[in-house]
Each structure stands twice: as structure tokens, then as C-alpha cells.
Ligand binder design. Sequence first.
Ligand code: NAP
Length: 259
Amino acid sequence: MRKTALITGASKGIGKEMAFLFAEKDCNMVLVARSEDRLMRLKEQLEAKYAVSVYIIVKDLSLSGAAQELFNELKEKKIEVEYLVNNAGFGDYGVFSGTPWERYEKMIALNVTALTHLTHLFVQEWRDRKRGKILNVSSTAAFQPGPMMAVYFASKSFVLMLSEALEYELKRDNITVTTLCPGPTETNFGDESKMHASQLVKNVKIANPREVAELGYRAMMKGKSVVIHGAANKIAPFGIRLIPRKWVTRLSARVMQSK
Ligand SMILES: NC(=O)c1ccc[n+]([C@@H]2O[C@H](COP(=O)([O-])OP(=O)(O)OC[C@H]3O[C@@H](n4cnc5c(N)ncnc54)[C@H](OP(=O)(O)O)[C@@H]3O)[C@@H](O)[C@H]2O)c1
């Protein structure tokens, strides 16, 4: 029988590439995002090219109760999920004090609360059947504080810490938890987060979303713990272990400063 993957933030970028990867492996899908037109087009494209069935759910996952509603809809439709890809997320470039609270509230609700709630709902079901795979999309931002994107960096640290702890806890239930840490990637994220204003994007190689999705997909299937995309992106998480934390923040601030 065909398995089913649930992908949040599947309308664009890394999530959309992930949908193609699952389709290429004959996996049915539930695709979630806010843009109905984009999801509809993607569903048509995938079902025309591959022998898969795609169910779309148009939902703003930053709204209170959204994860539960999504889970309930799947129960109602008797769709059993094997793979959960928590990918939806966004950032915002700017000083903490100058950014409206509502922007941060939405960011934490999506990047942290929705991801945690969906994970909690699925593992409760999966621990009895002793099977399931989760891919949580974090970032290279997870490894250090990020002045100018303080809340986003902190939200991605949360994702990394949560996922590593759950990877350990859930082993006994045969559930794997993989964390994907992309560096800057050519998606809508740059415009949404206003990241183009920072030195960071000037100084690093911008990755292709397909390659990032492939790394995450393969790691999830192998049940790996944490994967970082790009050779250069792997240096910082290792290097910062060797220097005082104060320096880490200063270095990060220098990299994040505006152009
Ligand atoms: N691109 C990068 O440089 C980069 C680097 C490191 C980590 N990441 C992480 O990678 C993940 C995917 O981002 P991306 O780069 O592919 O960015 P993207 O192209 O902006 O895609 C984000 C996806 O999330 C969905 N989304 C946004 N807000 C949502 C909400 N409130 N409810 C439901 N869905 C929502 C978007 O769809 P709708 O707008 O249709 O809702 C879209 O499908 C994010 O978690 C991001 O933090 C990205």
C-alpha cells in the first residue's frame, strides 16, 4: 500500500521540492499552506506526472488551534500519515525593538508552536503502532544567537533542541526524528524575511532548494539525526564550540549586520 507524507509549507521553496521528491518515490501526500491557488496547481502537476494522490489543506498554521484542526481533518478523511515534514516557517530581518510584536507572535506560533503541536499529535498515535518518521526543518541559524534576527534564530534553536531530544526519546517507539539545517537557500524566504539587507547573503553561496530538500529527504529516510546543508555551513557549528560564547554573538552580529 502507498504511504502518505504530510508536508507543511508545501506551496513554495523547500517544501515544494520535498513534494516532488515524495512523488518520485510514489508516495501520496497531504500538502499544507495558506495559498490555495499554488497548492491546487502543485496537486494538478504532481497527479498528472506521477501515480500519486495529493490532498491539499489550506490553512494558516500560525492561528491558534490550527495543528489540531489539521490533525482532526486527517482523522475524518481516514488518512494515515507515515512521514511528517514540519517545514513551514519564516523569519524577519531587523532590530528586535523595531519590529511589531504581531510579527514575532506569528513567527513563534508557526516556527515553534505549530511544529511542536503537530509533532505531539502524531507521536501519540505513532508510539502505539511503533512506526513513523519526522523531518523538522531548522536552520544553520540554530547554532548561535542572531542579532538582527534574534527571534528567528531562537525559534530555529528551539526546533533543533526539541528534535534532538525527541530523536533520543522516541527511538524506543521506532519513530525517527531528523533535523534539517539549511543555510541561505534560493526561495521566497529571502523576500519574506528581508534577509537581502544583511551581509550574510552577500558573503555566502546561496543553495538550490532542490538540493536542500534532497539532503533532508535522504536523511529522513535513513533516520539520521541532524544534517547541515553545504560544506561551508558545517564549519561554524563546529568552530563556535571552541571559542567563548560572547565572541560567538559578536561574530554573528558582524555577519548579520546590514550591507
Ligand atoms: N531559504 C532559506 O534561506 C532558509 C534557510 C534556513 C532555513 N529555512 C527554513 O526552511 C523552511 C522553508 O522555507 P523556504 O526557504 O522554503 O521559504 P518559502 O519559500 O518562503 O516557503 C515557506 C513555506 O511556508 C508556508 N507558510 C508560511 N507561513 C505559513 C503559515 N502561517 N501557515 C502555513 N504555511 C505557511 C508558505 O506557504 P504560504 O505562503 O502559501 O502559506 C511556503 O509554502 C522554513 O522553516 C525556513 O525557516 C530556510
